[in-house]
Ligand binder design. Structure first.
Ligand SMILES: [Zn+2]
Length: 552
C-alpha cells in the first residue's frame, strides 16, 4: 500500500508521562499507522500522497473517555440544576428515540469532536425505555460513517429510578410514584444478550470500532446484572465502563444498599480491576484511593460536567499521587454543554490549584495533555493502538495551525495548547491515516445537512410537546405558528423569556417534556403532572445525604 507523507511537520511527542518534546519531522504513514518519523526529507515514490505540513503542529489525536451521544440532540435543554434533578429533567428528552435520531445525535458529536481534535471517544450510550439492536447499530454506524475511533458502551441498568435514591417511604407520601420511576426494566439476561450480540456485530469493526460493557452505575444495577456484565467483559476481553459516586446522594445510596462504600462493594464482587474504568469518582471513602490503585482500576475525570452540575471536586492530585490511572472526559453535551476536550484539559489543569497547596503540587499542562492522549487511550484499552506519535501507532493525528492566536508568539507549546487553544487553530484531523477533517471541515460528513436535520427534529419535538392536547389552562403553551426555521423558533422562545413575568416559569415547567416526536399523550401526561414529584424526589435525595468531606 502506498504511503502518505506529512512533510515539515512540527511534531509534539511524549517523552515520559507529562513531558513533551518538539521536533521537525516528516511523518510516513502506511496502512493507517505511523511507519516512521523521519528527520530527513523524504523522497516520495510515484503515487504516494504528500501533504505539506509546514506551519502545522502535529499532536496525538485527543481521547474523550466519557460522553453520551444521545444527549447531543438535547443540548441546551437542561436547566442549571444538580445531577439528581438534572437527570430526571433531561431523561424525557431521550425517550423513544428512532434509530435516525440516535444516528443523527451521534453524528452531531462526531462533527463537534473532530473539529475539536478528538480522534477517539468512549460513548456510554443510554436509551429509554430500553436499548434495541437497531438503535445500538445506529450509533456504531455513525462512528463508522464519520471515520472516528470509538469505544461503544451500551448502558445497562435494572433498578427503577425511584429505587436508586436514598428515600424513605414517608418521602413519597402523597406522590403518584407509579407514574414515574417504576417502569419495569428489561430483564438483566435480556440486556446481556443484546450487548453480547452487539459485541459480535461490531467489536473490532474496521479496526476502529470496539465495544465495551457499560453498567450505568452500581446503585442503578442489581448485583446480578453487575456480575453478568463483569463476566461478559472478561469473556470478550473488553473494558467495563460505569459512573461512580458522582454525588453525595449516590454515596448515601451506596451506604444504604451495601452497608459500605461502593468501591469496597465492587472489590467484594470481584469487579475492581484493570479492565474497569469509573467516571467521576468524586465522593470516595477513606481508603478507596488505595483500593483503586491496588486493583489498577482507572478513573475518568469530567471536570466541566462536575462543575456544571455542582457535583463536587475531583481529587486529581491525590489520584495521581496514589498511582491511579486517570483519563479525561467531557460527559454529555447536555451537562457540559459541549464535547470540547481542549476546554476539559484547561479545567482539569486549573482546578487543582488552590491557595493552600504549594505550586509544586499543582498538576501541569503537560501531565494533563498526557491524560488526554496516551492516558486516555490506555484507560480505554487502546494504549497499544493510539494516543502516541510513535512508529507502529495508528495515525490518529490532530494538526493545528501555528499561525493562530493561541500560539502567537510561540513560547511554550504545551502550555499554550492546554491553557490557550480553543479549537480555533485546528486545521486537520486524521484517524487511522484517513483525513477526516480538512481545513476545519469534516470530510466524511455533510455537517450543514446534519445541523439542519437536528434543528428540524428539535423543533418538531418542541412543537408536538407544547401543543399536546391534555396540557391546558395555566400549563398551556402553544407556539404561535408551526415553526419551520431557526429564526421563528428563536422568536417563539423569546416570547416566553421576554413576555409576561409568568411566562418563563411556565416554560420551565414544561421543559422536562422536551421530548420525542413520537410521544403519545399518555407519555406526556406521565411526565408533566409529575414534575412536582420529580423535583421533590431529587431535592429530597440531596437533602438526606450526610455531609462528607471531599478528598481533593
Ligand atoms: Zn456520564
Amino acid at each position: 500500500m502506498h504511503a502518505t507523507w506529512l512533510t515539515d511537520a512540527v511534531c509534539l511527542t511524549e517523552a515520559g508521562t507529562g513531558f513533551w518534546r518538539l521536533a521537525l519531522r516528516h511523518v510516513e504513514i502506511r496502512e493507517g499507522r505511523i511507519a516512521a518519523l523521519h528527520a530527513d526529507p523524504p523522497v516520495p515514490r510515484a503515487g504516494e500522497m504528500v501533504m505539506a505540513a509546514a506551519g502545522l503542529l502535529v499532536i496525538p489525536g485527543l481521547v474523550n473517555a466519557h460522553t453520551h451521544s444521545p444527549d447531543n440532540l438535547i443540548r441546551g435543554s437542561a436547566p442549571d440544576l444538580p445531577l439528581e434533578l438534572w437527570s430526571l429533567h433531561s431523561a424525557a428528552g431521550r425517550e423513544q428515540r428512532s434509530p435516525r435520531e440516535v444516528y443523527l445525535s451521534a453524528l452531531l458529536g462526531c462533527a463537534e469532536m473532530l473539529r475539536g481534535g478528538v480522534t477517539t471517544v468512549l460513548d456510554h450510550i443510554r436509551f429509554s425505555p430500553a436499548m434495541a439492536p437497531e438503535t445500538l447499530d445506529a450509533v456504531a454506524q455513525a462512528y463508522r460513517d464519520a471515520g472516528m475511533r470509538a469505544v461503544i458502551a451500551p448502558v445497562l441498568a435494572d433498578r427503577a429510578v425511584a429505587d436508586t435514591m436514598p428515600l424513605e417511604p414517608a418521602d413519597l407520601a402523597g406522590l403518584d410514584i407509579a407514574a414515574y420511576g417504576s417502569r419495569p426494566a428489561m430483564p438483566a439476561a435480556e440486556q446481556i444478550a443484546l450487548v453480547t450480540d452487539f459485541v459480535r456485530r461490531w467489536h473490532g469493526h474496521e479496526g476502529r470500532l470496539s465495544a465495551a460493557i457499560g453498567p450505568s452505575a452500581p446503585q442503578r444495577c442489581s448485583d446480578a446484572l453487575l456480575l453478568a456484565a463483569g463476566g461478559l467483559a472478561a469473556r470478550h476481553d473488553l473494558i467495563m465502563h460505569m459512573h461512580l459516586l458522582e454525588t453525595q446522594a449516590q454515596r448515601e445510596m451506596g451506604l444504604r444498599l451495601y452497608g459500605r462504600g461502593m468501591v469496597a462493594h465492587l472489590v467484594e464482587l470481584g469487579l475492581l480491576g484493570p479492565r474497569l474504568n469509573l467516571a467521576h469518582a468524586l465522593w470516595l471513602e477513606e481508603g478507596d484511593l488505595d483500593l483503586l490503585a491496588r486493583h489498577d482500576a482507572a478513573v475518568v475525570h469530567n471536570p466541566v460536567s462536575n462543575a456544571r452540575l455542582g457535583s463536587g471536586t475531583f481529587g486529581l492530585r491525590r489520584m495521581r499521587a496514589a498511582g491511579v490511572r486517570v483519563a479525561l472526559g467531557t460527559d454529555s453535551a447536555c451537562c457540559n454543554d459541549s464535547n470540547n476536550l481542549l476546554e476539559t484539559m484547561k479545567a482539569a489543569t486549573l482546578l487543582t490549584r488552590r491557595p493552600d497547596l504549594a505550586p509544586e503540587a499543582w498538576v501541569t499542562p503537560g501531565q494533563v495533555l498526557s491524560m488526554a492522549t496516551s492516558g486516555g487511550a490506555d484507560v480505554l484499552g487502546l494504549g497499544a493502538m493510539t494516543g502516541r506519535l510513535a512508529p507502529g501507532m495508528a495515525a490518529d493525528l490532530t494538526l493545528l495551525r501555528i499561525a493562530s492566536p493561541a500560539f502567537a508568539p510561540l513560547l511554550d507549546v504545551v502550555r499554550q495548547l492546554v491553557l490557550g487553544e480553543t479549537g480555533a487553530a485546528i486545521d486537520s484531523v486524521m484517524v487511522a491515516g484517513q483525513l477526516v477533517l480538512r481545513h476545519g471541515r469534516c470530510t466524511t460528513l455533510d455537517e450543514t445537512a446534519i445541523w439542519a436535520e437536528a434543528q428540524a427534529l428539535a423543533e418538531r419535538r418542541l412543537r408536538l410537546v407544547l401543543c399536546k392536547p391534555g396540557i391546558s389552562g395555566s400549563n398551556a403553551i402553544a407556539l404561535p405558528t408551526p415553526s419551520t426555521g431557526l429564526d421563528r423558533m428563536v422568536q417563539a422562545l423569546q416570547g416566553y423569556t421576554n413576555g409576561t413575568p409568568k411566562a418563563p416559569r411556565v416554560f420551565a415547567r414544561h421543559s422536562p417534556c422536551l421530548a420525542p416526536a413520537d410521544y403519545s399523550t399518555s407519555s406526556v401526561a406521565r411526565f408533566c403532572p409529575n414534575w412536582k414529584m420529580i423535583s421533590m424526589l431529587g431535592r429530597r435525595a440531596q437533602a438526606v445525604s450526610r455531609p462528607h468531606r471531599l478528598q481533593c
